[in-house]
Design a protein around this ligand. Structure first.
Ligand code: CMC
Length: 380
């Protein structure tokens, strides 16, 4: 028996997939054959359709898909009651995970894992995620939730249900780009968790609830909020260098928003978000967060090069300043990631359930052996 250990499953290929290809050496991210740099011209709905089908939709296919989605944004009263019952200070990711878990109880067929039922659940969750995140944000701030506007897109409804005002085309476009960039990324930690959970043939809600929990961690989707907290604590461009040097001097010190298991060159999503951040900084007249981010890249590039390491900014790095300039509170950044990634998670669940194999790896046992049981009254 092969007992080679791949810690963190690094380098392990567990199945085949037709959804996403990442070339970590060339810095390429491909959704079903299309380069992410071209897909930023598409809407989030077009990209969801692409991830869930074989190709981009025609105009008619997109219209039909959008019609199927539009009733799904309304948040049921039981979820609103849950949000009101959560203690003050509840993290929005805990709120989202709990709400998704609750939705299973009200679903007409939560356990069915045939393709048609899974796609129905996928449409429900794709529209519920933005509605849940925005409704929770309003409720925790003492405001009434906003009813969705079925004429708006996913990005538009998210902003509308958050603010109660119809979003500008420009704001909706930036949101669309952010959602497209975060929609899918192969066998990342949370997608693996979703597929692994599903592999016992449990229900899709359980798989997605587990994935939300995985995404929340600071080494994964939680990194965008951690980046912002770091920038806030630094406060100025001059403070960036001492901050970075201080983090790197610590054993296992990690500067949030840098590094990736797969990319050895710049994550293409980071470059796109850098450009968005630069534009927003120019438009808003507040370039502080963008300039601090650029300085952090400069110092990290220098320090990592000195160590002979290829550690570049990742997708979470510039999304922090982008979301800041769009006015989102810091603890909402990771839920926004989830609003996008539900599309990728569901695409992977369609694949997983269609040709399932139970995920059951092994551990090398290194504990004691040969012990003899001693009754409790005789143990010293
Ligand atoms: N700061 C400083 N050094 C780093 C960093 C970083 N953020 N990331 C990697 N390194 C260096 C480090 O020198 C390490 O060498 P050593 O083991 O000698 O200390 C080497 O690169 C390998 O790092 P690793 O952590 O063993 O690599 P990994 O593939 O296990 O980790 C990672 C990838 C994303 C967990 C890690 O880069 C990290 O902790 N980054 C910070 C958190 C972050 O930004 N996460 C978001 C990831 S991308 C999008 C997403 O999934 O949400």
């Amino acid at each position: 028996m092969d007992t080679t250990i791949a810690r963190g499953l690094a380098g392990v290929t567990f199945d085949t997939s037709e959804i996403c290809f990442i070339d970590g050496e060339q810095g390429q991210l491909i959704y079903r054959g299309y380069d992410i740099r071209e897909l930023t011209d598409a809407t989030f709905e077009e990209v969801c359709y692409l991830l869930w089908h074989d190709d981009l939709p025609t105009a008619d296919e997109l219209a039909a898909f959008t019609r199927q989605l539009s009733p799904g944004f309304a948040v049921r009263d039981e979820v609103i009651d849950l949000f009101r019952a959560l203690p003050a200070g509840t993290d929005p990711m805990h709120a989202l995970r709990s709400a998704v878990s609750l939705l299973a109880a009200f679903d007409e067929d939560p356990d069915g894992v045939d393709d048609a039922n899974l796609r129905r659940i996928g449409r429900t969750l794709l529209t519920q995620f933005p509605a849940l995140v925005s409704s929770f944000e309003r409720i925790r701030n003492g405001k009434e939730p906003v009813e969705p506007d079925s004429s708006l897109s996913i990005a538009g409804n998210f902003l509308y249900m958050l603010t109660g005002e119809r979003p500008s085309e420009a704001a909706t476009r930036v949101m669309d780009v952010a959602l497209v960039l975060h929609a899918e990324h192969g066998s990342n930690a949370s997608t693996f968790v979703a597929r692994s959970t599903a592999s016992s043939l449990t229900d899709a809600y359980s798989a997605i609830t587990a994935a939300i929990g995985s995404l929340k961690g600071p080494l994964h989707g939680g990194a965008n909020a951690a980046v912002m907290r770091a920038l806030e604590s630094i406060g100025s461009v001059e403070g960036v260098e001492p901050y970075v040097l201080d983090v790197l001097a610590k054993p296992q010190g990690r500067v949030m928003g840098f590094g990736h298991r797969v990319y050895r060159v710049l994550d293409p999503r980071a470059k796109i978000l850098e450009d968005v951040s630069k534009t927003l900084a120019a438009e808003s007249g507040d370039s502080r967060w963008f300039e601090m981010s650029l300085e952090m890249v400069r110092v990290m590039d220098r320090e990592m090069a000195a160590k002979g390491r290829q550690v570049k900014a990742n997708v979470d790095f510039f999304s922090a300043s982008v979301y800041r300039m769009l006015g989102f509170p810091t603890d909402m950044y990771t839920p926004i990631f989830a609003v996008a990634r539900i599309s990728g998670w569901m695409a992977h669940l369609y694949e997983q359930y269609a040709d399932n194999s139970l995920m059951r790896p092994r551990l090398n046992y290194e504990g004691p052996t040969g012990r003899t049981f001693v009754p409790i009254e005789e143990r010293g």
